[in-house]
Design a protein around this ligand. Structure first.
Ligand code: CA
Length: 507
């Protein structure tokens, strides 16, 4: 399949104009030091361990992500720091597990205040200090403003107060109101004559809800998701006003990719850090018409292919501007795969044999591997040798790792849980610097791992079993053989380990 992708007109024009003035990326380093790479961190939403061709998917086609895997390093033992959205994103930016701080369980609403204190060192702020132009394009889901977010005013604090020079994206999730984009500190298309009202407590305005008017829905909920209807889909939360500002679900992937490409175009002559937080493949899954019914695996497969096309758009922009050779591109997911996530969208019925988490047990939200073992790809031509690694990695390691790639150190007193994986990326390490991992479920439960041994303590995990569960992932990746009863000493050892890691610090 061609690596070139069809682009919407505005981006095509942009690409064409820019290519006329194309130069090699000149991310000059300090005297005597290697040049700083551009960094593109692509974080997909809810992509599971089995969703990509490079991780075993055979029906869904992901040629651009497969290219990334072929040209880069593919991790087989990488993990999201949580099995839910907000806490993973918190850890990815701060270098701390989210359960040490305010996000002990669940995810944030669309009116939650910013959950990271402005001024705290983040992945973005450290790279900015290292001379990078920094952007987050896509899903935010870390809260905005103070108190309950007022979308009619300048939104402060937000991403720009955490080290990003530019932000364009979705405040929370596609299935949560408000269904508007925010650019820097303002709602895009905001109209003072049609103020935006948002509540997660009580109805606002007079717009119909999925609960009262299911006849108006184009996609019916399977659980929750029955409040204000926007574009034929009922969401979590109530919303009124802001009619001109509301997004079109089917255009979201293109809108975000266009903004990301525009950022690259404008900043390509200096080191840039682009955090592209795709909304795909989170619910509601609404592919653009050109992807609908293309995967043979239902709507969930269609949005995977849409995600792949967005990745292709970014890789194509790097190629066109000859930035590829000096760009570190990473791809991962904020948690493991899930099928029915609140809407009757055919994700289960139309699977056609696709295994979203491969052979792993469990799904998004849980402590089994399917909840948090995720794809991780890293490409940096000439620096990262293409191949596969079984080194243990966690996305909480990205602040230390990417700071190191930029020739800096993440502040030691900031990223408590962040380990520098650059030696693994560069093939300079025989073993991962990470030997332990704490798993975090949506209900706040914790599990722990050292080496191949994994403990889910009593009462932890969505099912909260009364007995501990112990697995040896090297011999039993599918977690079918619970060895807790046979190895109480190991259970005790891992119980102590979890207590020790928790005792390292709270926020
Ligand atoms: Ca997610």
């Amino acid at each position: 399949m061609s690596l070139r992708v069809r682009l919407p007109v505005p981006v095509s024009v942009l690409l064409g104009l820019a290519s006329l003035a194309c130069r090699h990326s000149a991310a000059e380093g300090r005297a005597g030091s290697p040049p700083q790479p551009h960094i593109v961190l692509i974080l997909a939403d809810d992509i599971g361990y089995g969703d990509l061709g490079s991780y075993g998917a055979t029906r869904v086609r992901t040629p651009h992500l497969d290219r990334l895997a072929t040209e880069g390093l593919r991790f087989t033992d990488a993990h999201s720091p949580s099995s839910m959205c907000s806490p993973t994103r918190y850890a990815l930016l701060t270098g701390n597990y989210a359960w040490r701080g305010p996000l002990k369980r669940g995810v944030l609403s669309g009116v939650a205040p910013l959950c990271i204190p402005p001024g705290r060192p983040t992945l973005a702020s450290v790279l900015r200090q290292a001379g990078y132009r920094t952007a987050c394009v896509g899903k935010w889901h870390l809260g905005l403003g103070e108190g309950e977010t007022d979308y009619n005013r300048e939104i402060r604090p937000g991403p720009l107060d955490l080290g990003f020079d530019y932000f364009y994206g979705v405040p929370a999730t596609g299935d949560r109101v408000p269904c508007v984009y925010v650019e820097n500190r303002k709602v895009v298309g905001r109209d003072a004559k049609d103020p935006i009202q948002v509540s997660y407590r009580e109805p606002v305005g007079a717009e119909p809800t999925g609960k009262d008017r299911p006849d108006l829905l184009t996609m019916k909920p399977s659980a929750g998701h029955n409040q204000t209807i926007v574009e034929g889909i009922s969401r979590i939360g109530f919303m009124a006003g802001g009619q001109a500002a509301r997004w079109k679900d089917a255009d979201m992937a293109d809108t975000l990719a266009q903004r990301a490409v525009r950022f690259i175009a404008r900043n390509r002559r200096r080191p840039f850090f682009l955090h592209f937080a795709s909304h795909d493949i989170h619910v509601p899954r609404v592919p653009h018409a050109r992807f609908r019914n293309t995967s043979g695996c239902g709507i969930r497969g269609d949005v995977i292919q849409q995600l792949d096309a967005s990745v292709g758009t970014l890789l194509g922009a790097l190629d066109r501007w000859k930035l590829t050779d000096n760009t570190l591109v990473l791809f991962s997911s904020d948690n493991g795969g899930v099928l029915d996530d609140g809407y009757q969208d055919g994700a289960v019925a139309d699977l056609n044999g696709h295994l979203c988490n491969g052979s792993l047990r469990g799904f998004k939200g849980g402590l089994y591997e399917g909840g948090h073992r995720v794809p991780l790809l890293a490409r940096w031509p000439g620096r990262i040798r293409p191949g596969v690694t079984d080194h243990l990695a966690c996305l909480v390691d990205l602040p230390a790792t990417l700071a190191a790639a930029a020739g800096r150190e993440f502040p030691a007193d900031a990223g408590l849980d962040s380990l520098n994986l650059l030696p693994t990326l560069l093939g300079q390490a025989t073993r991962s610097p990470r030997d332990t991992l704490v798993m975090h479920a949506g209900n706040g439960s914790l599990g722990v791992r050292r080496g191949h041994w994994k403990l889910i303590p009593p009462g932890q995990g969505p099912t909260a079993r009364r007995e501990p569960q112990l697995f040896h992932l090297g011999e039993d990746l599918a977690e079918k053989d619970d060895r807790a009863g046979r190895d109480p000493a190991r259970v005790q050892e891992l119980t102590v380990l979890l207590a020790q890691i928790r005792a390292r610090g709270g926020e």
